[in-house]
Design a protein around this ligand. Structure first.
Ligand SMILES: CC(C)(COP(=O)(O)OP(=O)(O)OC[C@H]1O[C@@H](n2cnc3c(N)ncnc32)[C@H](O)[C@@H]1OP(=O)(O)O)[C@@H](O)C(=O)NCCC(=O)NCCS
Length: 154
């Protein structure tokens, strides 16, 4: 069976509602979701920006990438796949896109935070070369801790 084609592209203002839906669908249950205002900033104003994965004309996943001026580290600030599209390697495709972006743009490393009980995400990150280097306590709204993970770019 042929896999349906997807494309990954830079998000623009008109993607806000689709990204908001993925964000709400993924994180609201724990109150960890970005507000529409925060997402608008991440799409339109943040350095690097957001990227969406689109399949069949529908935005199914997004990632937010951040970097400070002259920084050698790229921060993967958010990554989420709509629940109806999980388990099809779309999250992995977007993560690999972020890693490729870091390599192509001369970043020495990429980092991210992940909730310590988020097994699917931790597994995804480990599979793609990320290792835990510290723990941030009380990082999330429900009081749970975050693993800080890093991947060096060779
Ligand atoms: C985590 C998330 C992005 C994974 O996206 P996905 O498209 O469903 O995952 P993929 O199909 O690309 O899976 C790639 C790898 O991730 C891991 N993974 C994905 N789903 C998993 C699950 N339910 N249980 C365990 N590992 C899982 C596996 O390592 C998998 O590799 P494998 O298939 O070779 O075993 C997705 O579950 C999601 O959006 N979750 C809600 C938001 C979230 O938690 N984001 C991360 C915040 S830091």
């Amino acid at each position: 069976m042929k896999m349906e084609e997807y494309t990954i592209r830079k998000a623009i203002g008109s993607d806000l509602d689709a990204i908001m839906e993925i964000e709400t669908d993924s994180f609201t249950v724990n109150n960890d979701n970005f507000s529409k205002r925060e997402l608008k900033y991440l799409i339109e104003k943040s350095k690097v920006g957001c990227f969406v994965l689109e399949m069949g004309g529908e935005v199914l996943a997004y990632t937010s990438l951040l970097a400070r001026a002259n920084a050698s580290n790229l921060r993967i600030y958010s990554l989420a796949v709509h629940s109806k599209a999980r388990g099809k390697k779309l999250g992995e495709a977007l993560l690999k896109f972020g890693i490729q972006y870091a390599k192509e743009n001369g970043f020495a490393s990429a980092t991210l935070e992940v909730k310590v009980n988020n097994k699917p995400a931790i597994s995804l990150y480990q599979k793609n070369g990320f290792e835990t280097f510290s723990i941030k306590e009380n990082y999330y709204h429900d009081g749970s801790n975050a693993f800080c993970m890093r991947r060096m770019m060779e």
